[in-house]
Design a protein around this ligand. Structure first.
Ligand code: MRU
Length: 356
């Protein structure tokens, strides 16, 4: 693997376009090994999304946008000005990579709409510019989400987060961890308690690495430790990201988020969801309509590559759950904050009006 300044392992380098290729920081290997996977084709990109080389809803969307560029380049080389007829199967291959994060479908749809009026022989430069816009807009959205979310935190407090909704999971800066970054810079975060997030360990492998790289105090805990921590009274907020928010404000996120929201309500801890508007899916009425990805049982039966469960044991592995809107205190987007979300407030936000 070539190394250049662009290809230095850094939380903001989850997705990089460099030297005519898509590079993905291999999140399966972090933090022990920092390596990039080079995607030369749309097939490579789709496989990398399925295999969790790149993960986190916005990062998946950004990677998919670059995947469309790779698809167009190959179709133009093969089929000249018939590229458009052939590319649809590539878009469908990308869309099949993972089912839950709406940002994947959002990014593909945006690239599809952008390519529709392109009539010139080589659409690649224009498509690359659009993919770079999607990437830059996601970073800017997260910075704004960071400011707005931090403003909700009234006084210095410890917070709990789940999974990784950081720079690694986005075009940069992070959603939930973007709020943490901004709030920490403002002196409002005393410590982040990161759930380890079985079975992929995004909390212990990714969130701990990302926050330590940024000098933000972080303590890992087993997923089951959140209740006793909250009972102690030190936690002011739970701050998480989202893979898809339904039209009624129900929030789909990493499995275990729903339980945290119930605990938060029980202990009077505030529950914040930080996500760009590209995560809101008005086509699903409620969380019950969101497809929940089920991954291989083997991911639960083993830990760190070592089988722990008895050979014949069965396991279920839904990797996301849905938190009802009624348990959410605030959804923070780049367009503004919705407190106590419901269908009307979500609709107003998407039409361009907002509480703040
Ligand atoms: O399975 P993953 O690692 O892709 O799941 C990621 C999450 O659940 C994140 O919390 C979510 O995508 C928000 S990322 C800003």
């Amino acid at each position: 693997m070539e190394t250049t300044k662009a290809l230095v392992a850094h939380p903001d380098h989850a997705v990089l376009w460099h030297d005519e290729r898509l590079y993905l920081l291999d999140q399966r290997l972090l933090p022990e090994t920092t390596a990039f996977v080079a995607c030369e084709s749309v097939q490579d990109t789709a496989q990398a999304i399925t295999d969790m080389v790149v993960r986190g809803a916005p990062a998946i969307g950004v990677a998919a946008a670059y995947g469309v560029v790779l698809a167009a380049r190959a179709r133009v080389a093969d089929a000249g000005n018939h590229w458009r007829e052939r590319i649809e199967e590539d878009l469908q291959r990308l869309a099949a990579a993972r089912p839950t994060a709406i940002n994947l479908f959002w990014a593909i749809e945006r690239m599809r709409a952008f390519m529709a009026p392109l009539d010139h022989l080589d659409p690649v430069p224009a498509l690359l510019a659009e993919a770079k816009r999607i990437h830059a807009e996601d970073l800017a959205a997260n910075q704004r989400i960071g400011e707005l979310g931090a403003a909700l935190i009234a006084s210095p407090t410890a917070v709990v987060t789940h999974c990784n909704a950081g720079a690694l999971a986005t075009g940069g800066y992070g959603t939930a961890l973007g709020v943490v970054r901004s709030a920490h810079a403002a002196g409002k975060i005393t410590r982040v308690y990161a759930d380890e997030t079985r079975p992929w360990m995004q909390g212990s492998r990714l969130t701990a690495w990302e926050l330590m790289e940024s000098g933000i105090p972080v303590t890992l805990q087993a997923d089951g430790a959140a209740a006793s921590l909250m009972a102690g009274g030190e936690i002011g907020w739970v701050i998480v990201g989202s893979d898809r928010i339904a039209a009624n404000g129900d929030v789909c996120n990493k499995i275990g988020t729903f339980g945290l929201a119930i605990l938060a309500r029980h202990f009077g801890v505030k529950f914040m969801v930080a996500a760009p508007t590209s995560t809101i899916d008005l086509s699903v009425a409620s969380g019950a309509d969101i497809p929940i990805e089920e991954r291989a049982a083997a991911e639960v039966l083993a830990c760190g590559g070592k089988r722990l469960a008895p050979q014949a044991a069965e396991a279920r592995n839904p990797v996301f759950d849905v938190t009802p809107a009624a348990l959410v205190d605030a959804i923070v987007t780049e367009r503004g904050v919705i407190e106590r979300p419901d269908g009307e407030k979500i609709a107003r936000l998407m039409e361009g009006e907002c509480d703040s």
